[in-house]
Write a new protein. Structure first.
Length: 465
């Protein structure tokens, strides 16, 4: 009885000493840092800015243009020619181009067709493609594709951010796992120290044989060894966690010894990862960012295919320009003074154009296959994760029951030992079984948490703005 009281007293003292001032870093707080400051998250936002820049560039193809062409030649005090040609062009959506022009030419050796009135010649007209480039052209296709690129970039950004959050979350779970294992070894090291001190005192008063102190010391050293290994793993996991922690202005944060994970993470995991109340069976797979991204890609390739199909048409451009010496008087622009022309360009074999069209169709078909495969793959992954979650819930319940039963067995064996009805070997055996069951429970909890994170990743539930 005296030995039992001593054991209880030493256990209470060791528990009080083990308490320290630790700061808990919850999963929610941790992911808040990742979302706000991690460089890859910031990099993901650049994808949107890049696509917006491409859209601006595509719209630039419809900007009005001012062109000036000036030539002058003087040789041996003779002015051969002095030519000025200035034009203002306005591209429109359907390949039609509006054009205003001013031409002024002087000199002794001018080409007769370049001779214009002394004050110059003005013209206003239009250029119309009647076959190729009328209904679709490079300008139109690039602008349409650029608008799709912005939507595709938004979906791709969500996938990119979701991946970094998933990796950060699983790293946190590993950190939690190693911390829980370290706690287990710390607790059982305290038990081993208390037991060793109690048996040593019993040996000194002649109540226990010397062999019991040797066995207790072996157990104590084994516990110390296991604890030291778990500490190293916990430190390594803390450093890995630090890779995801940043402050503003790209300042990295390093986890200190007094910062610990939240041991109640399993109770808040659904709230943090937005998986609470999620109807997996009713989830609309078409809303998935990956499928959206592929759909935008498919639409973009379809625009490219139409452009390549348009290139099979002959290039026939009609030009008509009204001429006038006095542009300030509108009625002077009449059909009696004009300049017109037609430009026809048509390759005979169209091998390049037909090859481009074939390649565009192959890309379109390839993306269609990828869409179908991704859709089926996502459905199967979601169903598999759902079944895994149900299995891990049962496994977790069984494991907790086993841990509780082993705890009761160990407590009973310790009471019998201190009453002299059991041996230290049996106590250590019971304790080893309990340690193994606790470690197994930690592994199952970790697997359950990672399956939750995998569900978060597969469904792409990131809410980054």
């Amino acid at each position: 009885m005296r030995l039992l009281l001593t054991y209880i007293l030493l256990l209470v003292i060791s528990t009080v000493k083990a308490q320290d001032n630790n700061t808990v870093l919850t999963l929610d707080e941790y992911l808040g840092y990742v979302k706000s400051f991690h460089p890859i998250v910031k990099q993901a936002n650049l994808v949107i800015k890049e696509s917006e820049a491409k859209l601006m560039k595509a719209r630039g193809a419809f900007d009005p243009k001012l062109e000036v062409d000036y030539d002058r030649k003087i040789f041996k005090e003779t002015e051969y020619y002095d030519r000025l040609n200035a034009s203002f062009k306005i591209p429109t959506w359907f390949g039609i181009e509006l054009k205003g022009n001013f031409e002024e030419n002087t000199g002794d050796f001018l080409n007769p067709q370049a001779i214009v009135p002394t004050d110059g010649l003005y013209s206003a007209g239009v250029s119309i493609p009647v076959a190729k480039d009328l209904l679709t052209n490079n300008r139109m296709a690039t602008l349409r594709q650029s608008k799709l690129y912005i939507q595709q970039a938004q979906a791709d950004r969500q996938l990119l951010v979701n991946d970094i959050l998933y990796n950060a979350t699983t790293t946190y779970f590993d950190w939690l796992r190693h911390y829980n294992k370290k706690r287990v070894y710390e607790n059982f090291l305290s038990n081993a120290e208390v037991r060793f001190n109690g048996i040593k005192k019993s040996y000194e008063v002649g109540d226990k044989p010397a062999i019991d102190t040797l066995e207790a010391r072996i157990t104590l050293n084994n516990r110390k060894l296991n604890l030291e290994k778990s500490k190293i793993k916990f430190i390594k996991s803390s450093l890995e966690l630090s890779n995801y922690l940043w402050l503003n202005e790209n300042t990295p944060i390093e986890i200190t010894e007094n910062i610990i994970p939240d041991t109640n993470t399993i109770e808040i995991i659904d709230t943090v990862l937005n998986t609470s109340g999620l109807d997996i069976e009713g989830y609309n797979i078409e809303d998935h960012p990956k499928l959206k991204s592929l759909d935008f890609k498919y639409q973009s390739l379809n625009i490219e295919k139409k452009l390549k199909l348009n290139n099979l048409l002959p290039q026939i451009d009609l030009q008509y320009n009204f001429l006038s010496q006095t542009p300030e008087i509108v009625r002077t622009f009449s059909a009696s003074a004009y300049k017109s022309g037609i430009n026809i360009n048509f390759p005979l074999f169209l091998r390049k154009e037909r090859g481009d069209l074939k390649l565009a169709k192959l890309k379109l078909q390839d993306t269609k296959f990828e869409l179908q495969n991704t859709r089926l793959s996502l459905k199967n992954k979601i169903n598999a994760i759902n079944q895994e979650l149900e299995s891990y819930i049962l496994q977790n319940d069984f494991t907790l029951t086993i841990v509780d039963d082993y705890s009761k067995l160990l407590s009973a064996e310790e009471r019998k030992f201190f009453l002299g009805e059991s041996s230290l070997f049996l106590v250590n055996s019971r304790e080893s079984k309990l340690i193994d069951s606790k470690l197994k429970a930690i592994e199952i909890e970790n697997s359950f948490l990672k399956i939750k994170a995998n569900l978060f990743n597969v469904l792409a539930l990131s809410d980054i703005q």
